[in-house]
Design a protein around this ligand. Sequence first.
Ligand SMILES: NC(=O)c1ccc[n+]([C@@H]2O[C@H](COP(=O)([O-])OP(=O)(O)OC[C@H]3O[C@@H](n4cnc5c(N)ncnc54)[C@H](O)[C@@H]3O)[C@@H](O)[C@H]2O)c1
Length: 324
Amino acid sequence: MTEFPKKIIIAGGAGYLGSVLTGQLLERGYAVRVLDRLLFGEESLAAWRDHPNLEIFRGDLRDIRLVLEALRGMDAAILLAALVGEKACDDDPVETVGVNYVATIALAEACAQFGVPRFIFASTDSAYGIQEGIMTEESPLNPMSLYARLKVQAEQKILSLASDQFAPCVLRMATIYGLSPRPRFDLIVNLLTMNAATRGRCTVYGGKQWRPQVHVADAAHAYCLALEAPVESVRGQVFNVGSNEQNYQIGQLADLIREAIPHVVVETTDVPPDLRDYHVNFDKIKRALGYEVQRSVADGVCEIYQAIVSGQIPDPDQEKHRNA
Ligand SMILES: NC(=O)c1ccc[n+]([C@@H]2O[C@H](COP(=O)([O-])OP(=O)(O)OC[C@H]3O[C@@H](n4cnc5c(N)ncnc54)[C@H](O)[C@@H]3O)[C@@H](O)[C@H]2O)c1
């Protein structure tokens, strides 16, 4: 098995996380092939469009012929493509099962069959659902939505394919925040900041639920480390991606917004529309891969606020900035 992969395919490489990861991998000298339906356009890859080491395959993960062509010659595959978020998945359950499970497993099986030795699957801390205590990778899972349930089922199936020739691993990420070439304003920190920047006020629903956070550039960096780690330390492994210090209750996020943005009015309501509540331990990825985050929620709030008030993102309310 190639110990140091050089050619990487990223399914979903034009998305919020994918466009940041594509940039990081190109900067580290990898050849990157993005396979993406470009649901939110291709502007997110504009900065690297002419990069000699970037190829863009526009198409659908469910198109097995395209997938097999795109896998040719690759040393590793990263799977980010999905319908992302509970609302987007609930809006179209049939498409969701097709992409987030059936095509997801087909890609992993194709990699295992056709000799793409490393595979990294993007999963979510939402897999923990509502639980007391601090969740490690070994904690029981309690997915509470179609989105989270399919992530859990896909994790299990993908990890079961591990062999001497195939090293799958799962990155279970905290909720992401921060600026990306494909800005998303339906994620909690980004949404609160956008409302603060455009309306001078934002509303926090509930307050006590734990929801760990990670900056998008730090999340992307976890994929770089997982690619570059000795294969034996990632084969068949699950890693929570985030940091113990960025386990926040929703109410604490409201306080961070207040501190970072002067004069903002933050309202709180008692009724939480989203009951997910999980406090996560991130020791394993630090221990096994030497992972440390570099950015704080305040950094993310400031960069998004600046991008909106400076006009860099002229219309953050546009649909293309939300997944549902
Ligand atoms: N953003 C978060 O807070 C977060 C947290 C945990 C896990 N994740 C996971 O990380 C991954 C990336 O999330 P994101 O926030 O970048 O989402 P995103 O919606 O911005 O990116 C998904 C990308 O996949 C592409 N895509 C969707 N369906 C496709 C298909 N059928 N064929 C080809 N391409 C397709 C889209 O065009 C888009 O570019 C997802 O798997 C998501 O579940 C995200």
